[in-house]
Design a binder for this molecule. Structure first.
Ligand code: HEM
Length: 414
């Protein structure tokens, strides 16, 4: 990082237009802006400068060279537990907590209980189909189904609580109270009360050896207030990310019925086979839609690639756009899961789970759960698209149209 002086380098090129508005009008806006200005350019995010980096290699280099001057933009959780969210930790503190988590994940094996997750998916989808002709807002009902499904899955992964047990049910209620309408960015009295209740439930629980990730962390004597708070909020944030991901998987399934059917018939489409068509479908959905951006707040003036990036700017490393590079992917705007079967792209070209030391530690779990979902859906149902429209920019992610809805038609009966 460099303190600039009177001869400071120029700001990156670009107009000072509001990024959100430009993007809401055109999802591909940044791809076109890159053609005009090159891979580093500026815009505005509210009243702050936002510098966009549309190139994975440059993004990686930026994070490597200037990591210490950057603060990841995410939920601020210090009011709930000491040291806050792992996503914002740095240095030795980050290494310590991330190390404990990664060790627990490794010793669990990513989402080992594939059968349990497939059964869980089947149960939630069946409940949806039983009422699908009576839902007043089928799109909302489907989102609620997916949210319930992934909450249950993550409660099992993290806390070892099996669906149907009182412990699982209590945790479901706790998370429903924490985020009844989606992830809450602001922590107010309601979130604090719901968080305190979840924390008590988990502290009072008698952990059996190796019971979920938390049981492993207890075994390793790693569960302090910071770790526990992080585990709760990982599930809270992760469940909405995963529900959004499953919604995109459904959307691509509805738009690619032949591929979905092939997954249903694919003898290798079990959750554990690697690579499988289901896995290719899950990865291509990440490439096309669910991997979006890394955001960093600049805490000290920076010079990068000859450009001045002032303190208080936000830097946005644009994954969605980088994943549409025609140098890295043939026909990059086409949905084509086979690209992951034939000649899988390297991590240099495809990085949906991040680029630096904050890279997602749950990436394998996320893919395994996605495979359990898409495989079960494909084996049991055909999808009838009943409402659709252009993708919309939701509060955190790009999402299928608000009204996007499907009917699930049982393969047994069609
Ligand atoms: C659709 C699935 C997911 C995607 C695409 C995804 C993506 C990402 C990305 C891009 C990062 C890096 C953020 C940054 O550098 O600013 C990240 C970090 C992280 N993710 Fe995920 N994630 C997914 C699912 C999950 C789930 C299900 C969980 C947990 C329940 C999770 C937990 C985390 C944590 C704890 C970090 C921060 C790690 C650290 O700071 O060291 N992710 N994820």
């Amino acid at each position: 990082m460099n303190r600039t002086n009177t001869q400071q380098p120029p700001l990156p090129p670009g107009d000072l237009d509001q990024l959100l508005e430009l993007e809401q009008a055109d999802r591909s806006y940044l791809l076109r802006a890159k053609e005009v200005y090159g891979p580093i350019f500026k815009a505005l995010s509210g009243s702050h400068l936002c510098v966009c980096v549309v190139d994975l290699e440059l993004g990686r280099q930026f994070l490597q060279e200037h990591g210490e001057a950057l603060r990841p933009v995410t939920l601020e959780l210090e009011s709930l537990f000491p040291l806050g969210f792992m996503r914002q930790m740095r240095g030795a503190v980050h290494q310590k907590y991330r190390g404990i988590l990664v060790k627990a994940i490794r010793s669990c094996g990513p989402a080992r209980d594939s059968d349990l997750y497939s059964t869980l998916v089947a149960g939630h989808l069946q409940s949806y189909t039983e009422n699908q002709d009576t839902h007043r807002r089928p799109s909302r009902a489907y989102v609620a189904t997916l949210t319930g499904m992934v909450t249950s899955m993550l409660i099992h992964v993290f806390f070892g609580a099996r669906p149907g047990t009182p412990f699982h049910e209590e945790l479901i209620q706790g998370f429903n109270a924490l985020g009844p309408f989606g992830l809450s960015w602001t922590i107010g009295p309601k979130q604090a009360a719901a968080f305190a209740r979840l924390r008590s439930t988990l502290l009072e629980h008698q952990w059996n050896p190796g019971e979920g990730l938390t049981g492993k962390i207890v075994d390793a004597d790693g569960l302090d207030k910071t770790m526990l708070g992080n585990l709760i909020y990982m599930v809270e944030m992760g469940r909405f990310d995963m529900a959004g991901y499953f919604r995109w998987l459904t959307w691509h399934g509805a738009h690619n019925p032949d591929y979905l059917e092939a997954i249903g018939r694919d003898p290798a489409a079990t959750v554990d086979s690697n690579p499988s068509m289901a896995q290719a479908f899950a990865l291509e959905t990440l490439r096309m839609d669910q991997s979006e951006r890394l955001l960093r707040k600049v805490e000290q003036d920076i010079v990068f690639q000859g450009f001045h990036i002032p303190e208080t700017s936000t830097v946005r490393i644009c994954l969605w756009e980088a994943h549409k590079s025609s140098q890295a992917f043939s026909d990059p705007l086409a949905f084509d899961p086979d690209r992951f079967l034939s000649d899988a792209p390297s991590g240099e070209a495809f990085s949906p789970f991040g680029l630096d030391r904050h890279r997602c530690p749950l990436s394998e779990v996320a893919i395994k759960l996605a495979c359990a979902f898409i495989t079960t859906l494909a084996k049991q149902y055909r999808l009838e698209l009943t409402a659709d429209g252009p993708a919309v920019r939701g509060p955190y992610h790009w999402e299928p149209a608000t009204r996007f809805a499907v009917r699930l038609l049982s393969r047994d009966r069609t």
